[in-house]
Design a protein around this ligand. Structure first.
Ligand code: PLP
Length: 358
């Protein structure tokens, strides 16, 4: 008999409960999507779920957004698309990064569509899947992915069966003249594909107003609680709340130091809790000053350096090992005070969190 069976501990792997969890709020996710859909006016509202749903778990996100009425989903790579199969009836999935030679075998057998970004990709798609629908990205000034505007009339492009033509805004989170410029360039391109849907706006682009919505919008960040622009403040709700378990409580004497580099010294005797999360879980060392944890409703400063898997926090004297501490993960506030963007904060969370939807 092994030790676990002898002691009566749970034996099945799925009874296993990690010491760090992400509480995920279905109602907040769906409410964010509904607000973005409303701001999109007559346009359909899709969802970017790349990078594992911005760190929240793409599988959990797609099911909940589909339930709210979302139909159009976007990932970056074919590996991400494969992880989401089988796709539920009526859902559309597109792969932003197009098709390489290495992708064709999978792409040809997938219900997902590539977003073709270059003439080379267009020719590749025509060679193997000429009669299958695809999306096409045009560059309107960002100089990242996409065909040039002049390539819209190319014979090969005209032969494609195009579901959606799209472009991407470079400066939508700022009040930049570039926004209207890109919108106008995109309008001229989209006009050459009257039977395709047209899509330009990401989260911030939706906030720029109805002139940016076209037929279909593609928010990511704001779905997950990020605030892309001031217009979204008060409408977008937090979706992800990290919590971590206190795995040791210790008394530190006056004059004792805490953590790597002994950067913190206790001025007087204090109680310190060691919680099970660190920079390998996306709680980067640079967040140390901007992020606080909480225990029994009171805020607990981080003491010393954040380690790879552990953080030390100040706790009340009667704190108990095994209790949980909350992490105040206010994306916009932390991003404002640190070098990290809201996108990096979410997508950095890593695989060790137990993702728990309510
Ligand atoms: C990631 C991405 C989006 C979503 O952008 P957010 O800023 O997260 O709303 C939309 N379109 C493209 C092409 C993207 O790469």
């Amino acid at each position: 008999m092994d030790a676990a069976a002898r002691d009566g501990y749970p034996q099945a792997m799925n009874d296993f409960q990690p010491p760090l969890r992400l509480r995920l709020d279905t109602a907040a996710l769906q409410s964010n999507w509904r607000w973005l859909a409303k701001q999109s006016g007559d346009a359909a509202c899709g969802a970017a779920i790349k990078a594992d749903g911005y760190g929240l778990g793409a599988r959990g996100v797609i099911d909940r957004l589909a339930q709210a009425g979302c139909r159009d989903f976007y990932v970056s790579t074919w590996a991400e698309a494969a992880a989401l199969m089988q796709l539920a009836e009526g859902l559309s999935l597109s792969v932003f990064h197009g098709v390489r030679d290495e992708d064709m075998a999978q792409a040809a057998n997938s219900p997902a569509r590539p977003v073709l970004n270059s003439l080379e990709q267009v020719e590749r798609w025509l060679t193997y899947c000429a009669d299958r629908p695809c999306d096409v990205m045009f560059d309107t000034g960002m100089n990242r992915l996409g065909l040039a505007a002049e390539e819209a009339g190319h014979d090969s492009v005209r032969r494609l069966v195009i579901d959606t033509v799209m472009s991407h805004l470079a400066c939508a989170d700022e009040d930049s003249a570039m926004n209207a410029h890109q919108r106008d360039r995109f309008r001229a391109i989209a006009g050459q594909f009257p039977s395709a849907r047209a899509s330009l706006a990401n989260s911030a682009g939706i906030c720029l107003g109805s002139g940016y919505a076209f037929d279909l919008t593609r928010p990511g960040l704001a779905l997950y609680g990020g605030i892309p622009r001031g217009e979204a403040r008060g409408h977008i709700k937090a979706v992800a709340t990290p919590e971590t378990q206190i795995i040791q409580v210790r008394a530190v004497e006056a004059g004792g130091s805490v953590g790597y580099g002994a950067t913190f010294t206790a001025m007087r005797a204090m109680t310190v809790g060691i919680v099970n999360a660190g920079y390998a879980d996306g709680l980067y060392r640079s967040l140390g000053q901007a992020m606080t944890l909480s225990y029994r409703g009171a805020s607990c400063p981080i003491v010393g350096r954040i380690s790879m898997d552990l953080i030390a926090i100040q706790l009340p004297a009667d704190a108990k090992e095994g209790d949980w501490a909350g992490i105040d993960f206010d994306l916009a506030a932390i991003a404002a005070e640190t070098p990290m963007s809201q996108y990096e904060l979410l997508t950095g969370l890593g695989q060790r969190w137990d993702r728990v939807w309510s």
